[in-house]
Design a protein around this ligand. Structure first.
Ligand SMILES: Nc1nc2c(c(=O)[nH]1)N[C@H]1C(S)=C(S)[C@@H](COP(=O)(O)OP(=O)(O)OC[C@H]3O[C@@H](n4cnc5c(N)ncnc54)[C@H](O)[C@@H]3O)O[C@H]1N2
Ligand code: MOO
Length: 414
């Protein structure tokens, strides 16, 4: 193994990774049931085929009247209910209909007066407020009209998209096929959680972090086991990975005398995009292409492994999966306590955002082999390396990696 990694800067690594995704041939699409589509990505636009709403309907329980009747007392002809299939004739001038929310509004009706703005007399109703023509009537197609694009190719399906799809009676839809993702670890010191580990051995944290992290983000993956710290065996192992779109490894890619994994990938023909990123923690990372598979070798240290999964792995997988929204967004927070960072490199600082304030976990004093930090954090702030001190009350950009709920009620109204 070479004696030092050629660190590329953070931005370059991020951009090169996303560019590399364009070189990986994407798999076709498939048709699946709408109700099984949560987390999948649309491979075709969805066009409106049913106006929203599809008929003029009442927004309130009340009375369906003509504008000129607002000043009158009216008798009730009948009640129109949601789902009513009957035909309603225009009533005589001293009559009106009662109407329920969601019921179809006949053409002769100008507005609906809610019960709250009416005075009920014996067998008659009077209106206490002047309302405009069209009040409380939801018009056919006012939200979306037939022919408009409702959802775009590359949109990821969540519950809000399911609402729209169901509103159109879409039972089946076309989505990109799922990525085939392999997860492997390396290291003779590793034991699986179902095995007994001696004091000198450790449990294989990374593979199970990655697998569950991917599941949280709707990616399925196969855990294939631990590659032995041996070049020939590693090569044998790698040769069996051809059918995977993405191969995620952890450990064995820095400069240790037993870090065979990177060498084995190179011997198998890996085209390296970069090996080493100027990021702490998380610098021991390698990205490349092996035939038609994207290979992301993550650092062995569990915290570095998890941070790079958030920062690099997820955008790469999203892009490969066909999502159009694959880049990180940030929220702006006030920093709540000074913390120091190193100059001239990007530093990933774990923290907790609560009530609009970011607090660096353990004041940013921790090592990349630590396991419990993620549990204590809900976000990452990336520093640029231009300043060694992030001051209390500085405004900083934060990437929330999970929405954690908090114990105490805060005033979240604006
Ligand atoms: N001379 C240098 N040594 C190291 C450097 C360096 O720049 N120069 N970088 C350090 C950093 S930073 C990291 S991160 C690690 C990365 O090394 P590898 O990615 O090759 O990982 P390993 O050496 O195999 O393991 C590192 C560490 O992580 C533990 N580990 C590995 N896999 C798992 C797993 N699946 N679950 C839990 N823990 C795991 C392993 O036991 C080691 O303790 O290199 C530093 N060294
Ligand atoms: O990849 Mo290492 O963090 O930089 O712990």
């Amino acid at each position: 193994m070479k004696k030092s990694l050629n660190y590329v800067n953070f931005d370059l690594a991020y951009n090169l990774g996303l560019k590399l995704c364009e070189e990986i041939k994407r798999k076709d699409s498939e048709n699946i049931a709408t109700l099984d589509s949560l987390g999948r990505v649309l491979s075709k636009d969805i066009v409106c085929i049913k106006n929203l709403p599809s008929f003029n309907n009442s927004a309130m329980d009340g009375y369906a009247i003509r504008v000129e009747d607002l000043k009158k007392s009216l008798k009730i002809e009948d009640t129109i209910f949601a789902g009513d299939k009957r035909e309603f004739k225009e009533p005589k001038s001293e009559y009106c209909y009662k109407i329920m929310t969601g019921a179809s509004v006949p053409d002769f009706v100008d507005l609906v007066v809610p019960y709250e703005l009416c005075e009920s007399l014996e067998n008659e109703v009077k209106f206490t407020k002047d309302l405009k023509r069209g009040s409380n009537i939801r018009l056919k197609g006012e939200e979306h009209k037939i022919g408009e694009i409702l959802l775009k190719k590359g949109d990821k399906i969540d519950s809000s998209l399911i609402s729209l799809l169901v509103s159109q009676g879409v039972k089946e839809l076309e989505v990109y096929k799922k990525l085939n993702i392999a997860i492997i670890s390396s290291g003779n010191e590793l034991k699986e959680p179902w095995e007994e580990a001696s004091e000198e051995e450790i449990y294989n944290i990374n593979s199970f972090f990655i697998k569950s992290f991917l599941e949280e983000n709707y990616f399925s993956s196969s855990y294939l086991g631990v590659v032995p710290d041996n070049l020939e065996k590693s090569i044998e192992f790698i040769k069996k990975l051809e059918n995977y779109d993405v191969i995620i490894t952890s450990g064995g890619v820095s400069m240790g005398d037993a870090d065979f994994l990177a060498k084995a990938f190179l011997d198998c023909g890996l085209e390296v995009t970069f090996h080493g990123v100027n990021l702490k923690p998380g610098r021991a990372m390698m990205l490349g292409k092996l035939k038609n598979s994207l290979v992301l070798a993550l650092p062995g240290n569990p915290l570095a492994n998890a941070i790079n999964s958030h920062i690099f792995l997820l955008p790469l997988l999203k892009k490969l999966q066909g999502e159009t929204k694959f880049n990180h967004d940030f929220i702006e927070c006030k920093n709540s306590k000074d913390f120091g960072v190193k100059l001239d490199r990007v530093e990933a600082v774990l923290g907790f955002v609560e009530n609009g304030k970011f607090q660096a976990t353990k004041d940013n004093k921790y090592g990349s082999a630590m396991i419990s930090l993620l549990y204590l954090s809900n976000s990452i702030a990336l520093t640029s390396g231009k300043s060694a001190l992030i001051k209390d009350s500085d405004t900083i950009k934060v990437l929330p990696f999970i929405k954690k709920y908090i114990e105490n009620r805060v005033d979240f109204l604006n």
